[in-house]
Ligand binder design. Structure first.
Ligand SMILES: [Ca+2]
Length: 352
């Protein structure tokens, strides 16, 4: 009996990432205020909630945005890159470099982008058809190369925050596998442990948009935290909340209130939400970096199937007995009231 038990995967030597991820999580949970600032590369497909997340990060002293990398997803990569450039102009931060990345999944055919959720311009139909400041251009290197160069130049310092399909991260791992040892941590918005999927019965949109990329990201030996549907759908901003942002006189709060009506309409039509409520997807990844005590989570091995009815799902080994792949810190509960207070505080801080 004993010998049999010892052969169970749960009794195998602890994989390196388990120790790494758990140490990073423990340090964050025990002393979030002592954490040095997170320097992030923000990998994104803006996207209304991407914009909400980026403005949140730019307004938070706990976070330095060292660069923005773009990917297909909510719109084409051309549109998400344009939107990233325009968002940084809106935020008064054209100094932050932008690198355009993948325009399609690693292996699957190009996906149908999500204009139904985010509008024809990806920004709630506010009419963004071109880069507002023509002098503001993306870097001349691919996002994956930019990720590799930034991480390798600053070992142990960079946190990758990915809130779109995971293609750029997978390409970066392919270009330079050592980034796994040299990033500080990786935080993604994507996946789900117990919550229902939002683009299939099981799958969340970002993971589903490139499941092969997700499989590589979950399989890499790095400190990975997943803010998935379990927490992002547990926090909702509603009409009253957005009215408060709109009335704040803060340009960031006002901008969010301007782009969100299309997103509210989608949530009403698709999920039957009332009161103009929307889920808090991408901002949750930023909230975790600002204050990890908003969340509780568990360290589980996660597998992302790439085909069949479960394609794009994230299967967490909650018994800890079946998979021996590196563990992911899966966020499972969230203090919604505190997160909403934090977001509103940051987005209205410079009101008139
Ligand atoms: Ca996104």
């Amino acid at each position: 009996m004993r010998a049999w038990l010892l052969r169970l995967p749960g009794h195998l030597p602890i994989p390196a990432r388990r120790a790494l991820t758990e140490a990073v999580t423990l340090a964050r949970m025990q002393s979030p205020s002592l954490n040095r600032k997170s320097t992030i590369l923000f990998d994104t497909d803006p996207g209304i909630d991407d914009a909400m997340a980026l403005l949140f990060a730019l307004r938070s002293p706990e976070i330095e945005v060292a660069g923005v990398t773009t990917v297909f997803g909510n719109s084409s990569v051309e549109a998400t890159t344009r939107n990233a450039l325009n968002l940084l102009d809106v935020a008064g931060r054209p100094d932050i470099p932008v690198a355009a990345g993948a325009g399609r999944p690693l292996i699957n055919p190009p996906i149908e982008t999500a204009e139904i959720v985010h509008g024809a311009d990806g920004m709630g139909n506010i009419g963004w058809t071109q880069v507002n400041n023509p002098a503001h251009r993306p870097l001349q290197i691919h996002a994956a190369q930019f990720i590799v160069e930034t991480v390798m130049r600053r070992p142990g310092e960079i946190t990758l925050v990915a809130v779109g399909p995971l293609t750029n991260l997978a390409l970066a791992l392919q270009l330079e596998p050592r980034i796994a040892q040299h990033v500080r941590e990786v935080v993604i918005m994507g996946g789900s442990v117990l919550a229902m999927g939002n683009v299939s019965p099981l799958a969340e949109a970002n993971v589903h948009s490139d499941p092969h990329a997700a499989a590589r990201v979950f399989g890499a030996d790095w400190a990975l935290t997943m803010a998935g549907l379990d927490v992002t759908q547990a926090v909702q901003m509603d009409a009253q909340y957005f009215a408060r942002l709109a009335a704040s006189g803060d340009p960031f709060g006002e901008f969010v209130a301007r782009i969100v009506p299309f997103y509210q309409d989608f949530h009403r039509a698709w999920y039957g939400y009332t009161n103009g409520a929307v889920d808090t997807h991408d901002p949750s990844a930023i909230a975790y970096l600002i204050d990890p005590t908003l969340f509780t989570g568990h360290h589980w091995s996660v597998v992302a199937p790439t085909d069949g009815p479960a394609a794009g799902a994230t299967i967490a080994d909650r018994r800890g007995k079946f998979y021996t792949t590196p563990k992911t810190h899966c966020l499972m509960t969230v203090d919604a009231a505190r997160l909403l207070d934090l977001y509103a505080e940051r987005l209205t801080a410079q009101g008139r």
